[in-house]
Design a protein around this ligand. Structure first.
Ligand code: BGC
Length: 323
């Protein structure tokens, strides 16, 4: 398969790992991104990937059916039949996709549960915004927000800017801070990793734009901490020290694989660890997949948050404190 690749050194074959599908300690998660759709098995007790992740290029156009078929291909690669979590770069409210900033506009108004249920079988399914998943995973496994008495804002800096607002162990879902107007354009147009790449900016140039965006968020939310993730956070030592906003700002130490693991782990563990899939919905799709929970369950993020796990999947790579 030319468009697909695996990352990391093999630990076990997907077939061998499939035995985990019946074990509640494991989940399977898929992150639909602007350039790639990535999936893997996650140990929900640690938030880490088990074995390799598998990545397929995002189809173009990234229409609902094309993406769903790609997701199904990744699930099939692992012979996975257990619970699946899918993260989308979109607002998902009451089980309906409401926005599509970096995926095909045809997603707007779709029911991702019904759609995915026609492409593969799983014992449970959770679909949520990618940054919300990252924020929830950060809260559970990251350790950065521990003991912060106030608002913590996690941002994912990639094709767009994803955002998760955390407070008292809960999440304000679907906060689209990347679309906040900052000066003449929206935040993600000037401070995403893609903006840096598209404009061929140095870290210094990009950090000026990012600082301005963070300062705007400071005005709006008075956060106590920013946690910045996305692939570019691997080079955090090059740009965190250049930021001029006043709130303490740390980068996640996530690698691409850990980013997937974090998202996956939250998808797979948060609600099911609190309630068995069977209690989430009485409806089942034709494929046997249990369908979405009620809107209250899906959008009251505090009810998703699992108990804090002592295991830490990551720690900040660099931190900067205000003067
Ligand atoms: C979307 C968000 C998403 C973020 C990161 C933004 O353009 O509007 O929903 O979380 O990109 O993928």
């Amino acid at each position: 398969m030319s468009a697909a690749d695996t990352a990391d050194s093999p630990v076990a074959t997907p077939e061998q790992l499939a035995v985990h599908a019946d074990d509640p300690r494991y989940g399977f998660g898929i992150d639909v991104g602007g350039s790639g759709v990535k999936g893997g098995i996650v140990d929900l007790t640690t938030g880490t990937l088990v074995g390799d992740r598998f990545k397929i290029k995002t189809p173009k156009p990234a229409s609902p059916d094309a993406v769903a078929a790609t997701v199904a291909q990744i699930v099939a690669h692992f012979h996975w039949t257990g619970r699946v979590g899918v993260t989308l770069p979109a607002v998902v409210v009451d089980g309906v996709v409401r926005t599509a900033a970096n995926i095909d506009k045809a997603w707007i108004g779709t029911d991702p549960y019904a759609l995915l249920g026609t492409y593969f079988t799983a014992s449970g399914l959770t679909v949520l915004n990618d940054a919300d998943a990252a924020g929830l995973a950060e809260a559970k496994y990251g350790g950065n927000a521990d003991d912060v008495d106030g608002v913590v804002i996690m941002l994912t800096l990639g094709t767009g800017i994803g955002s998760a607002i955390l407070f008292s162990g809960g999440l304000l879902p679907n906060a689209e801070l990347g679309h906040v107007q900052v000066g003449k354009s929206i935040a993600e147009a000037q401070a995403s990793a893609r903006a840096k790449e598209d404009n061929d900016w140095s870290y210094e140039q990009w950090a000026r734009h990012l600082s301005r965006v963070l300062q705007e968020y400071e005005k709006l939310f008075s956060p106590k901490l920013f946690i910045l993730g996305g692939g570019i956070s691997r080079k955090a030592h090059k740009w965190i020290p250049l930021l001029t906003n006043s709130t303490p700002t740390v980068a996640t130490s996530e690698s691409a694989c850990c980013a997937v693991a974090r998202k996956i782990s939250t998808n797979g563990s948060a609600r099911p660890s609190l309630r068995p899939d069977s209690t989430l919905s009485s409806r089942r799709s034709r494929s046997g997949m249990s369908l979405r929970p009620t809107s209250a369950e899906a959008n009251t993020a505090s009810s998703w948050l699992p108990e804090r796990n002592a295991a830490k999947a990551s720690s900040p790579t660099v931190s900067r404190t205000s003067t």
